[in-house]
Design a protein around this ligand. Structure first.
Ligand SMILES: [Zn+2]
Length: 195
């Protein structure tokens, strides 16, 4: 799997132009049909269906789904919604009030928050590495406020550095990209190394 932008025409152009690299070996990806249909649930409860493109590596011959950065792997809700829940939790809100605000079931919010919490230390480390790679002038992180809050802060710092370096991109879309889509995957699924 490779996380790409949400502009399908631009992704197609990059794929045809040989500009997308294999996440396993850095070989060039070539067009290779489409993946199965995915559903993305929006902030307002609307659902969009999309059929992601698939590429095949000329080097290792593996195929990869080109997943838009508006979502996370194996999560139906869009990254912005899940991100809003995570930020609200970091600001002190409980999962029930977050669920009411977002219009989603409380159990689902609790599941997102629990998964983020389980991975918080790894997420913090991963995104600080990104932040320093994007902006060498950054000061090291100050005293911690707990693993969960520190991880959210790391994503915020890195996402701001990414915008300054590469232009606007919604923070949680960038977080999906920078985590290879596995931000909320289980702990056996490692966050990808920086390239
Ligand atoms: Zn490859």
């Amino acid at each position: 799997m490779l996380i790409v932008g949400t502009d399908h025409a631009a992704v197609e152009t990059d794929l045809l132009g040989g500009l997308l690299a294999c996440p396993d070996c850095d070989g060039v990806l070539r067009p290779w049909s489409h993946a199965r249909v995915r559903v993305i649930r929006r902030r307002d409860g609307e659902e969009d269906r999309l059929r992601p493109r698939r590429g095949r590596c000329r080097g290792c011959a593996r195929t990869h789904v080109l997943l838009p950065d508006e979502g996370f792997l194996r999560r139906r809700d869009e990254a912005a919604v899940i991100g809003e829940a995570i930020e609200a939790k970091a600001a002190g809100a409980g999962h029930r009030s977050i669920a009411v605000r977002l219009g989603v079931p409380a159990w689902r919010v609790r599941r997102w928050l629990r998964r983020f919490s389980e991975r918080a230390s790894a997420i913090r480390e991963h995104f600080w590495r990104w932040a320093f790679a994007l902006d060498v002038s950054l000061a090291p992180a100050g005293p911690g406020q707990g693993a969960f809050v520190d991880a959210v802060e790391a994503i915020g710092v890195a996402a701001r550095a990414a915008v300054l370096a590469h232009g606007p991109r919604p923070a949680w879309c960038w977080a999906s990209f920078a985590s290879g889509g596995v931000l909320l995957a289980n702990t056996r699924c490692p966050l990808p190394a920086l390239r």
